[in-house]
Design a protein around this ligand. Structure first.
Ligand SMILES: *[C@@H]1O[C@H](CO)[C@@H](O)[C@H](O)[C@H]1NC(C)=O
Ligand SMILES: *[C@@H]1O[C@H](CO)[C@@H](O)[C@H](O)[C@H]1NC(C)=O
Ligand SMILES: *[C@@H]1O[C@H](CO)[C@@H](O)[C@H](O)[C@H]1NC(C)=O
Ligand SMILES: *[C@@H]1O[C@H](CO)[C@@H](O)[C@H](O)[C@H]1NC(C)=O
Ligand SMILES: *[C@@H]1O[C@H](CO)[C@@H](O)[C@H](O)[C@H]1NC(C)=O
Ligand SMILES: *[C@@H]1O[C@H](CO)[C@@H](O)[C@H](O)[C@H]1NC(C)=O
Ligand SMILES: *[C@@H]1O[C@H](CO)[C@@H](O)[C@H](O)[C@H]1NC(C)=O
Length: 805
C-alpha cells in the first residue's frame, strides 16, 4: 500500500472542515420558526421542529412511549414541559406520522396509516405560513399577517401569559403527570359569568372553586360582568372579568410562566428557572388541597398530613380498588333500612349530597331523621347551632382540625359495639413540634390524653392498615403505589416558591449601614431599615435573647408562608450569636400609630380604611390558621404587629416565631409567655392547650380598638380594675345592646373622631364579631375563615355619606 501523499494529508481535513461548514447552516436551518405551504414535519426526524425566534418555545412531535403527539413545549424546561397539544386524547403512532402544511392552506396531522387525526380547518383559505411566536402561540397566517388559526384558541391544560380564557374555552387537566390525555378537572366560565374549577368525574360532578360554601360575592367575585374574559399578563398578574385577580409571588417581566390545571385538580401558576430547567409554584388556587373534590372518591376521607395529601377509608370501610383512590371506599357491611347505629367521625365533613337540612336540631332528632330515610348514609352535625345535614351519598370527604362539626356514619348495630375508632387530629398548638410545651399543656389531661393518643393510634392503624397489609401481601402493588400515588398526591401542598434565602451577616450589616436606622422595637427584637444590593428596601429584625434553638429549622416553615396580608419574609441570617430576620419594608408603620395616633384629629384613620384593615388582618390570620402548611398560630396579634402599606393594606408581622420564643411552664407568669396583656385569651392562664382560637380572641380585641379608636386598656374607669375584667363587662354591655335590636347605640361606641362618618351596618357587624371573638369559651368563638366571610359580605355596603345623598 502506498502511503498517503502530503497533499491528501492536507486535503482530507480541509474536506472535513468544508463538510462541517456545509452541514452547520443546514442544522441551524432545521431550527426554523415557520413552515411554508407544501412543507411538513415528520415524527422520526429529531430535527423536524419549529423554534420560536427567542428560542423559548419548541413545537414538534412529543413522544410518550410508542405514541406521539404534536405539541408545543418550553425549550429550556428539563423535562420538556408541554404547553399545548393538538391531538390531546388521540395519540398518533411514533413511526410514520406526519404534520403537513398542505398546498391548499390546511395544516393536518396524519397518523401512520394516513388518517387525519387533527386539522386546522384552514384549507381553501389564503393561509400562507405557520409560525411559532415568542408567546408560545402557533399561528396560521395569510400573506397580510392576519391570523386564520391559532393554538391559543384551543388550550389543553395550560394557559400562557397573554393567552386569554374566554366563554368558549374549557381548560382540562391531564389524567396523570406526563400523559397527554384528559383528566376529570376543568377550568371554565360558568353560565353565571364566574370562573370556576369543577371536578367532572365518572360518578359525580361538583364545583369546588370558588368555595361552594360561600356566595359568589362572599368569594370576592361578581356575576355582573358577562364579558367572560380572563388573562395572565407577562408580569405575572392575572385579572378576570368576574373580579378574580391575583399576582405571582415573583411579579416581574422576562420570566417564562404557565398557568396549569394540574392533574390533582389544583390550578397553579409556575415560573421557569431557565438555568436549571425547573419550575416553581408562584400561586395556587387551593393551598388547602383537601378542598379539591374527587380526590379520595366515594366514602373516602382526605387529610393533609405533614404537607401531604393522604386518603383513607372510614372504619368498617375498605378501598374499592386498591390501585385507585378515586374509586373510593366501600362498606364492609351490608347497608339496609335497618342500619341504625352511628359511628362518630369528629372534624370530618363530606361536602354535598344533602337530603335535608335543618337548624336548631338536637343530635338525637338529627339521627332520627336519618334513620327514617332508607337512602340516608350518614349525617353531618354542627353542635354550634344544631345544624343537621342528612346525606344521601358521602363524597368529597375531608378531615382537619379546622373542619367544623361531626359526621356520623350509619353502620349496623352489630358492629358499632366493637371498638370505635374515629379520626382524631392533633390540635394545632403554638409550640407545634416543641415536645416540652406539648407535654406541659396536656398535664391536666393526663387521663383523656392517654385515651386520645390511643384513639389516634387506633385510627391511624385502621386508616392505613389496609395499605400496610397490601404492602406485605403483594410487593408488586406496593411498587405500583409508590410510583403512582405518593407523587400524585404530594404535590398538593407543594411550597410556593419565593426568593427566600440565607443572608451573610456582613451583607446585612452593610445593608443597614451598621444598624443605624432603627425603625421599631418590639418583644422579639429591634428592627432596622436597610437597602439590599438589588435596591430592595427591607426591614431587618435582630432577634433578641428570646430566641431559642436553631433558626434554620424554623425557616423551613416560614419560607413557605406567603399571603398579601402577611409581611413578606425575604430570608434570615443565623451566624453565631447573630439571629436576624429580613422582611419587606412596610411604608406606613404600625396600626397603633394610626388608631391611637398622636397625629391629632386631622389624620384620623377613616372608616373605609378601618374596615379594609379589619378584613385584611382576618384574611392574613385565616391563611395562617386554615391553609395547608402546618397550622400556624400567631399568638401575639396586636396593633403593633399589624403594619400598613401605602394603600393601608394591612400586613401582619411577627408570625411563625411562636415556636422560637421561650414559653414558661404550666401556670407560669403571663408576662413570660408570648402574647401581650390585654390581648391574650383567658385560656393562656389555664392549662388548656393553645389553639388558633387565641388569635381569634386577640383579633376581637384589635377589632374593638379599631371601632372605638382607643386601647382597651384605656376603657378602664376604675384604676383598680384589671383590664380583663373591664373588657369582660364591656363585652357584656355590647351583647345586651346587640340583642336590643335598636341601632342608635352604635354611634356612641364608634370613635367620635370620625364625626359620624362611618357605615352603621359595618360597625354593627364588627361589634357583633367583637362579641363572638371575645367569648370566654373558645369553642364558641368563630374561626378566622368565617370572620372573613362575614365581613366580606358587608364589604359593599354603601357608606353613610352615600346613603344621605
Ligand atoms: C398509546 O395510545 C393508546 C391509544 O390511545 C393507549 O391505549 C396507550 O396507553 C398509549 N400508550 C402510551 C405509552 O401512552
Ligand atoms: C375542524 O373542523 C372539525 C369539523 O367541524 C372540528 O371537529 C374540529 O375540531 C376542527 N378543528 C379545529 C382545530 O378547530
Ligand atoms: C368587564 O370585564 C372586562 C374584561 O375584563 C373589562 O374590560 C370591563 O371593564 C368589565 N366591565 C365592568 C362593567 O366592570
Ligand atoms: C397585584 O400587584 C399590583 C401592583 O403591581 C397591585 O395593584 C394589585 O393590587 C395586586 N393584586 C393583588 C390581587 O394582589
Ligand atoms: C424529570 O423527570 C424525572 C423522572 O420523572 C425526575 O426524576 C426529575 O426530577 C425531573 N426533573 C425535573 C427538573 O423536574
Ligand atoms: C326535613 O326534615 C324535617 C324534620 O326535621 C321534615 O319535616 C321535612 O319533611 C324533611 N324534608 C324533606 C325534604 O325530607
Ligand atoms: C383520671 O381517671 C380516674 C378514673 O377514671 C379518675 O378517678 C381521676 O379523677 C382522673 N384524673 C383526672 C386528673 O381527671
Amino acid at each position: 500500500m502506498k502511503n498517503p501523499s502530503p497533499l491528501t494529508n492536507i486535503l482530507i481535513p480541509l474536506f472535513l472542515l468544508l463538510l462541517l461548514f456545509l452541514l452547520a447552516p443546514s442544522a441551524s436551518r432545521a431550527a426554523r420558526s415557520s413552515l411554508s405551504r407544501g412543507s411538513s414535519l415528520s415524527v422520526e426526524k429529531y430535527s423536524d421542529i419549529l423554534v420560536s425566534p427567542s428560542r423559548s418555545f419548541t413545537c414538534g412531535f412529543y413522544n410518550v412511549g410508542t405514541n406521539a403527539s404534536f405539541s408545543i413545549w418550553f425549550s429550556n424546561s428539563a423535562n420538556k414541559t408541554v404547553a399545548w397539544t393538538a391531538n390531546w386524547d388521540r395519540p398518533v403512532n411514533g413511526h410514520g406520522s406526519k404534520i403537513s402544511f398542505w398546498k391548499d392552506g390546511g395544516m393536518v396531522l396524519a397518523d401512520a396509516d394516513g388518517t387525519v387525526v387533527w386539522s386546522t380547518n384552514t384549507s381553501s383559505t389564503l393561509a400562507d405560513r405557520v409560525l411559532l411566536l415568542d408567546t408560545g402561540n402557533l399561528v396560521v397566517q395569510d400573506p397580510s399577517g392576519k391570523i386564520l388559526w391559532q393554538s391559543f384558541d384551543s388550550p389543553t391544560d395550560t394557559l400562557l401569559p397573554t393567552q386569554p380564557i374566554t366563554k368558549a374555552i374549557r381548560v382540562v387537566s391531564a389524567a396523570a403527570p406526563g400523559t397527554l390525555s384528559s383528566g376529570y378537572y376543568g377550568l371554565y366560565f360558568d353560565n353565571d359569568n364566574v370562573l370556576r374549577l369543577i371536578y367532572d368525574g365518572p360518578e359525580i360532578s361538583s364545583i369546588y372553586w370558588p368555595k361552594p360554601d360561600y356566595s359568589v360575592f362572599q368569594s370576592g367575585r361578581t356575576t355582573y360582568n358577562s364579558s367572560r374574559y380572563a388573562v395572565l399578563d407577562e408580569m405575572g398578574k392575572f385579572v378576570s372579568s368576574d373580579k378574580l385577580a391575583f399576582n405571582a409571588s415573583d411579579v416581574a417581566p422576562g420570566i417564562l410562566r404557565r398557568l396549569t390545571l394540574d392533574y390533582d385538580g389544583n390550578l397553579r401558576l409556575y415560573s421557569l428557572d431557565e438555568s436549571k430547567g425547573t419550575w416553581s409554584v408562584t400561586w395556587e388556587a387551593l393551598p388547602q388541597p383537601c378542598l379539591i373534590h374527587g380526590l379520595c372518591g366515594r366514602n373516602g376521607i382526605c387529610m393533609c398530613m405533614q404537607s401531604k395529601v393522604v386518603c383513607s377509608c372510614p372504619p368498617h370501610y375498605e378501598m374499592s380498588d386498591p390501585s385507585d383512590w378515586r374509586k373510593g371506599c366501600k362498606p364492609k357491611f351490608h347497608m339496609s333500612c335497618n342500619t341504625n347505629s352511628f359511628l362518630e367521625l369528629p372534624r370530618t365533613d363530606f361536602w354535598g349530597y344533602d337530603l335535608n337540612y335543618s337548624e336548631s336540631t338536637s343530635l338525637e332528632a338529627c339521627k332520627k331523621t336519618c334513620e327514617e330515610d332508607c337512602s340516608c348514609e350518614g349525617i353531618h352535625y354542627g353542635s354550634g347551632s344544631g345544624e343537621c345535614y342528612s346525606k344521601s351519598s358521602l363524597f368529597n370527604g375531608r378531615a382537619s382540625p379546622d373542619t367544623p362539626g361531626i359526621t356520623y356514619l350509619r353502620i349496623p348495630a352489630s358492629i358499632s359495639t366493637s371498638a370505635s375508632s374515629a379520626p382524631q387530629m392533633h390540635e394545632p398548638i403554638c409550640n407545634a413540634g416543641d415536645s416540652e410545651a406539648t407535654a406541659s399543656s396536656s398535664n391536666m389531661y393526663a387521663n383523656s390524653s392517654r385515651k386520645t393518643r390511643w384513639v389516634y393510634f387506633y385510627w391511624f392503624v385502621s386508616a392505613f392498615g389496609a395499605i400496610e397489609i397490601m404492602f406485605f401481601v403483594s410487593g408488586w402493588w406496593c411498587m405500583f403505589r409508590w410510583e403512582q400515588k405518593p407523587t400524585s398526591l404530594e404535590e398538593g401542598c407543594r411550597e410556593v416558591s419565593s426568593q427566600f434565602r440565607q443572608f451573610p451577616y456582613k451583607e446585612l450589616k452593610k445593608a443597614t449601614g451598621k444598624f443605624m436606622d432603627e425603625i421599631g422595637r418590639g418583644g422579639s427584637g429591634v428592627v432596622y431599615k436597610g437597602v439590599l444590593d438589588d435596591k430592595r428596601v427591607v426591614a431587618v429584625k435582630k432577634l433578641g435573647d428570646a430566641i431559642q434553638g436553631e433558626l434554620g429549622a424554623e425557616m423551613s416553615l416560614i419560607r413557605r408562608i406567603y399571603h398579601k396580608n402577611l409581611v413578606r419574609i425575604w430570608g434570615f441570617c443565623s451566624e453565631g450569636p447573630h439571629n436576624l430576620l429580613v422582611t419587606e419594608y412596610v411604608a406606613n408603620g404600625s396600626l397603633d400609630k394610626h388608631i391611637f395616633g398622636e397625629h391629632g384629629t386631622a389624620c384620623v384613620l377613616g372608616w373605609s380604611e378601618r374596615f379594609k384593615i379589619a378584613v385584611g388582618v382576618a384574611q392574613g390570620l385565616a391563611y395562617l390558621h386554615h391553609e395547608c402548611l402546618e397550622w400556624v398560630i400567631h399568638c401575639d396579634v396586636k396593633p403593633e404587629n399589624i403594619l400598613l402599606d401605602g394603600e393601608f393594606e394591612p400586613k401582619i408581622a411577627d408570625f411563625g416565631l411562636a415556636k422560637l420564643s421561650k414559653r414558661g411552664g404550666v401556670g407560669s407568669d403571663i408576662s413570660r409567655i408570648r402574647g401581650t396583656r390585654g390581648y391574650v385569651a383567658p385560656e393562656w392562664t389555664t392549662n388548656l392547650p393553645i389553639t388558633t382560637k387565641v388569635d381569634v380572641y386577640s383579633y376581637g380585641v384589635v377589632l374593638l380598638e379599631m371601632v372605638k379608636g382607643i386601647r382597651v386598656s384605656n376603657l378602664m374607669v376604675d384604676e383598680e380594675e384589671e383590664v380583663e375584667g373591664t373588657l369582660k363587662s364591656f363585652v357584656r354591655m355590647l351583647k345586651g345592646k346587640l340583642e336590643s335590636g335598636d341601632e342608635s347605640w352604635v354611634e356612641e361606641i364608634v370613635d367620635s373622631r370620625l364625626n359620624g362618618q362611618f357605615n352603621c351596618k359595618q360597625a354593627e357587624k364588627m361589634l357583633e364579631m367583637v362579641v363572638s371573638c371575645l367569648e370566654e369559651d373558645r369553642n364558641k368563638r368563630p374561626t378566622m375563615d368565617s370572620v372573613v366571610h362575614t365581613l366580606l359580605s358587608y364589604h359593599d355596603e354603601p357608606s353613610s355619606q352615600e346613603v344621605q345623598l
